[in-house]
Design a protein. Structure first.
Length: 363
């Protein structure tokens, strides 16, 4: 792409899934059997790249049904003909399943990192360097190794390069930053670097805990990043219910009725939000948008049941953020685990001001 993307603020574009599926994967099943979602974007060498997750539905065993692909987008945010790359087919030593890719650049080097979901416990995040010309894996995948207490599944580390060093946002509240060493071969060792306490409880009480999303983008003296959060259904049946009720609860027809009601009345909801942090260590948070930028109920309802989750849910899942030449922002995100969406926001919709800065204490 030789020109910057052209799109008006507020424009929302759903990328047709069929245009994103590598031709070599079409032999597995017809296009309508795939689920394509959670796109990440980045600008490199005057090109707009997009990586995304492809679920093969239920046509393959559970441990062989999720992969990543890449493509180029033109100035009108359309998939460039012949640009789709079956990224997962070029990755070695990176596990069987590749979930939710995100981009990283370190100087002129291009990387993708992804996770293996529940394939291992704890799960694993992998970093893969790409050839910027072919967009294929350049070297074997490298696991990120954190010698510390971890959750069973951690999918949403946000990697960013700063002044020649590589860091990852490990947790948003408190703001925990890891330092990564990619100079050696093999596993990438990640060590705690900074921790800043700050208060995001008001947002979290309404929309859920702040979790990782789109990797940070530097704007002057600060970084802008997108995160996701989620709220659980309120009406789940008590797990300590009497045996007779528990037995009914396990029957197929009753579960189907519950799913139908929950889908319409009280589904799990994911939101997309914005926060900023200083572009100097210890990277203290400076701004939290008080309301979500992305709301699941603002999107078209799910078209079909998803293969990724049995629990009904309404999802917006931010994975990419690019600042355009005119100051507007291009956001890429997944919707309901079934589609990839691009949306343009005005500068003031993304970037914050000092009057709403949260307090933070470096420790």
């Amino acid at each position: 792409m030789t020109h910057p993307p052209r799109a008006a603020s507020g424009a929302r574009l759903v990328i047709p899934s069929a245009s994103l599926i590598p031709s070599t994967w079409m032999a597995a099943q017809p296009p309508e059997g795939f689920y394509v979602f959670n796109p990440a974007i980045i600008q490199l060498r005057k090109r707009l790249l997009m990586a995304y997750r492809v679920d093969f539905g239920r046509s393959l065993p559970a441990r062989q049904r999720t992969a990543c692909a890449l493509c180029l987008l033109d100035a009108n945010l359309q998939v460039e003909t012949g640009s789709v790359v079956a990224l997962s087919d070029t990755i070695t030593d990176g596990g069987a399943n590749h979930y939710d890719p995100r981009f990283l650049t370190v100087g002129d080097r291009l990387f993708v990192h992804y996770n293996n979901n529940w394939d291992t416990t704890p799960n694993q995040i992998f970093l893969v360097e790409l050839d910027p010309d072919t967009l294929e894996a350049k070297h074997p995948a490298r696991p990120l190794f954190f010698d510390g207490q971890r959750q069973p599944v951690e999918k949403n580390w946000m990697l960013f390069a700063h002044e020649g060093d590589l860091f990852a946002i490990y947790r948003i509240e408190p703001h925990i930053v890891l330092r990564l060493d990619i100079d050696m071969s093999g596993a990438v060792h990640c060590r705690p670097a900074y921790r800043v306490a700050w208060d995001a409880t008001r947002y979290g009480a309404r929309y859920g805990e702040l979790r990782g999303g789109a990797p940070p983008v530097r704007v002057g003296d600060r970084y802008v990043a997108l995160f996701h959060s989620r709220t659980a259904p309120r009406g789940r049946m008590n797990t300590s219910a009497p045996a007779t009720i528990a037995t009914v609860n396990r029957t197929g027809w009753f579960r189907a009725v519950k799913r139908w009601l929950r889908e319409r009345l009280d589904p799990l909801r994911y939101f997309g939000g914005v926060y900023e942090f200083a572009a100097t260590p210890p990277f203290a948070p400076t701004y939290l948008r008080p309301e979500p930028l992305l709301h699941p109920d603002a999107e078209e309802r799910p078209h079909r049941p998803t293969a990724a989750h049995l629990t009904p849910r309404r999802v917006v899942y931010p994975s990419g953020l690019v600042r355009l030449a005119d100051g507007a922002w291009l956001v890429s995100y997944g919707v309901h685990d079934e589609r990839a969406v691009l949306r343009v926001f005005a500068c003031h919709e993304i970037e914050g001001g000092a009057e709403t800065s949260p307090s933070g204490v470096a420790s």
